[in-house]
Design a protein around this ligand. Structure first.
Ligand SMILES: Cc1ncc(COP(=O)(O)OP(=O)(O)O)c(N)n1
Ligand SMILES: Cc1nc(C(=O)O)sc1CCOP(=O)(O)O
Ligand SMILES: [Mg+2]
Length: 524
C-alpha cells in the first residue's frame, strides 16, 4: 500500500539538482519543506559544483541512479506533492515524465515544476534541446509551472516586452497542457518598488504584488518559491493560496536574512519560518485600479478601490453573530440581547422590500449591527446598518454607493487569496470560512479548519474578523482560540431545540474562550 505513507507529516519530494553552495536546489528545498512543517525527500538529478559567485560544473546523474532514487521513495515515502527543479538533459526529462505518468495511475499528486535552465549568474544549467521534451512530455503532467521571465521566454519561444505580453506568453505556455503558470517577477519591475508575480490559471490573470527588498541575498528564491508552493499543496492549501503563501515565505526570507553575509556573491535567501505577518504577503491587484494598466489589465471590468475604506463597526469584536432567514427570527434574537445579526433570505417569498424594511426597523429599535445579505440596493434604500457580500458579488455590486450611503460592508472569504483580495476594499469586517463542513451550505473545497483559520487571523490581529461554517457549542473554544472576534452561526441557533438556551450557551462559551498562540500549529 505504497500511497499510504507511514507518516504523520506531509511528505514532499524534490526532484532537483544539488547546490554545493547550499543556497538553491535540493538544499533550499529541504530547508523550505522542514520550515513549513513537511518532510522532504530527494531525487538528485545533478551534482553541481557552485558557490555564490559561479557555477563551475554540472554533473548529471545517470538515468539508472535517478530512477533508483524515485523507486526507493515510491515504495515507502509516497508524496503528498512533488517539486521538480533542474533536469540536466532530455533523457532525464523523459525519465521523470515517464515516472510521473505511472505515479499518477497510483494516485494523483500535485506536481510543481520550476523550469530551471539558467542560474541567476547567467550560467546555463541544462544541455541544449530539452525544451521540446519539457513541453511535450513533462508540462502536461504539471499542476503548476513557475518560470522566471527568462525561462518563460525559453519555453514560450517569445520575448514578451511589457505586462500584456507576459500575460500572453503565460497563456500560451499554459495552453501546452499544464494546470497553471506562475511567472515570477524578480527580473522585471513593471512598477518601481514592486515585484509582481503573474498567475495564469487557464481562466484568469492574477497579479500578486510584493515589495522589492533591497539587498543581495537572492540566491535560491525560485527554488524556494516552488518548494514552498509544493509544501503548501501538500498541507492541503488550494493552488491560489499556496502561491500566495509561497510568495510570502520568500518575501519573509528576503526581508529577514538580508543582512546575512554568506559568500562573496549573491547570498542565499533566508528560510525563516511560516509567514504570519501581513507585510510579507503580496497585494492582490484589483482589475480596474489605477495601476492595473501597468500590469496589462486595461479594459477589464472596472473595480472601485477605496482609499478610506468602509465605515467600521463600533467594536472589532462583533461577538455572537446569528445569521437568520426571516424577520421573525431577527425579532426573537434581538429580544435575547443579541447585538450582531444578519438577514439572509435565500428563497424570497412575499414582499422582499417590506421584509428588509421591517428588519431595519427592528435593528434600529434594538440598536443592532444588522447586516443584509445579498440585497445591497434594498439595504441602501431602507437605510440598513450594513450589507454582507460574497466574493462573486464584488464584481457586480456598486460598492461606491454602499460606501457613500454610510453602510458597513462585510465580505466573505475562503482562504488566503480571497482574504487578501477582500482586504484591499478595507471592509467593515472580513468573514473567514468555512471553518468546518456544514449542512447549511455546500462548502466542499473551501473548508479551512481551525489551524488555517488561526494562520489567517494572525495576519490581521486588529481587524474585525468573523468565523463561519459548521460552528457549534462544542467547537466555540477551538474557533475562538484563533483570536477571531466573532462567530457567525446558522444551524447552531435556528436548528436548536431550545434557541434561548443555545444563544445563552454560545455567548457564555464565547465570552469564556481565550485566544491561544498554539492555535496556528506552529512553534510558539
Ligand atoms: C458572516 C457571514 N459570512 C459568510 C457568509 C456567506 O456569504 P455569501 O458568500 O454571500 O454566501 P451566501 O450567504 O449568500 O450564501 C455570510 N452570509 N455571513
Ligand atoms: C452561509 C455560510 N457561508 C459560509 C462561508 O464559509 O462563506 S458557511 C455558511 C453556513 C453557515 O451555517 P452553519 O452555521 O449552520 O454551519
Ligand atoms: Mg450572499
Amino acid at each position: 500500500m505504497p500511497e499510504e505513507a507511514f507518516t504523520n507529516k506531509p511528505i514532499v519530494w524534490s526532484i532537483a539538482g544539488s547546490d554545493s553552495g547550499g543556497g538553491a536546489g535540493i538544499q533550499a528545498d529541504l530547508l523550505t519543506f522542514a520550515d513549513l512543517g513537511c518532510h522532504g525527500c530527494t531525487a538528485i538529478t545533478a551534482n553541481t559544483a557552485q558557490n555564490t559567485c559561479a557555477v563551475d560544473s554540472i554533473n548529471a546523474v545517470s538515468i539508472d541512479v535517478l530512477q533508483a532514487q524515485l523507486q526507493a521513495l515510491q515504495t515507502d515515502l509516497f508524496p503528498a506533492a512533488i517539486k521538480v527543479g533542474l533536469l540536466a538533459n532530455a533523457r532525464q526529462v523523459l525519465a521523470v515524465a515517464e515516472f510521473l505518468r505511472a505515479l499518477r495511475q497510483v494516485k494523483p499528486v500535485p506536481v510543481i515544476y520550476d523550469p530551471v535552465a539558467v542560474a541567476s549568474s547567467g550560467a546555463g544549467l541544462t544541455e541544449e534541446g530539452i525544451a521540446a521534451p519539457v513541453l511535450e512530455q513533462l508540462l502536461p503532467l504539471c499542476d503548476l509551472v513557475t518560470p522566471n521571465r527568462y525561462e518563460l521566454e525559453w519555453l514560450s519561444q517569445t520575448a514578451p516586452a511589457g505586462a500584456a505580453a507576459l500575460i500572453g506568453a503565460a497563456r500560451q505556455l499554459q495552453s501546452r497542457g499544464c494546470g497553471a503558470v506562475l511567472v515570477t517577477g524578480g527580473h522585471t519591475q513593471l512598477r518601481p518598488g514592486e515585484i509582481a508575480d503573474l498567475l495564469w490559471d487557464g481562466d484568469k490573470a492574477d497579479w500578486l504584488i510584493g515589495r522589492a527588498v533591497p539587498g543581495n541575498n537572492t540566491h535560491g528564491t525560485g527554488c524556494t518559491l516552488s518548494s514552498a508552493i509544493a509544501a503548501c499543496r501538500a498541507l492541503g492549501y488550494p493552488l491560489r493560496d499556496a502561491c500566495v503563501l509561497g510568495k510570502a515565505y520568500v518575501q519573509r526570507g528576503l526581508r529577514l536574512a538580508n543582512s546575512d553575509r554568506i559568500g562573496a556573491g549573491a547570498g542565499p535567501v533566508g528560510h525563516c519560518g511560516w509567514p504570519l505577518e501581513l507585510r510579507d504577503f503580496p497585494e492582490v491587484l484589483l482589475p480596474g485600479e489605477d495601476r492595473s494598466a501597468a500590469y496589462g489589465l486595461v479594459g477589464d471590468v472596472s473595480t472601485q478601490t477605496f482609499v478610506q475604506g468602509f465605515a467600521m463597526p463600533d467594536s472589532t469584536e462583533l461577538g455572537l453573530y446569528p445569521v437568520v432567514d426571516s424577520v421573525d427570527w431577527l425579532q426573537r434574537l434581538a429580544e435575547q440581547g443579541v447585538r450582531t445579526l444578519q438577514l439572509r433570505i435565500k428563497h424570497p417569498g412575499g414582499d422582499l422590500r417590506a421584509q428588509v424594511a421591517r428588519a431595519v426597523d427592528i435593528g434600529k429599535r434594538h440598536q443592532l449591527r444588522l447586516f443584509i445579505n445579498d440585497y445591497w440596493q434594498l439595504a441602501i434604500e431602507c437605510g440598513a446598518y450594513g450589507v454582507h457580500l460574497g466574493q462573486g458579488d464584488l464584481k457586480t455590486a456598486d460598492l461606491a454607493a454602499i460606501q457613500a450611503a454610510g453602510l458597513r460592508l462585510g465580505i466573505s472569504t475562503h482562504g488566503f487569496y480571497e482574504l487578501l483580495l477582500a482586504y484591499r476594499y478595507r471592509p467593515s469586517y472580513l468573514a473567514l470560512g468555512a471553518v468546518y463542513a456544514t449542512g447549511t451550505k455546500d462548502m466542499s473545497g473551501q473548508l479551512q479548519g481551525p489551524q488555517k483559520l488561526a494562520r489567517m487571523v494572525a495576519l490581521l490581529p486588529d481587524y474585525p474578523l468573523v468565523a463561519i461554517g459548521g460552528i457549534n457549542l462544542q467547537r466555540v473554544a477551538e474557533v475562538a482560540a484563533s483570536g477571531v472576534g466573532s462567530i457567525a452561526v446558522v444551524s447552531a441557533i435556528t436548528g436548536a431545540e431550545d434557541y434561548v438556551q443555545a444563544v445563552a450557551d454560545l455567548r457564555t462559551a464565547l465570552e469564556g474562550a481565550v485566544p491561544a498562540a498554539s492555535a496556528t500549529g506552529l512553534p510558539c
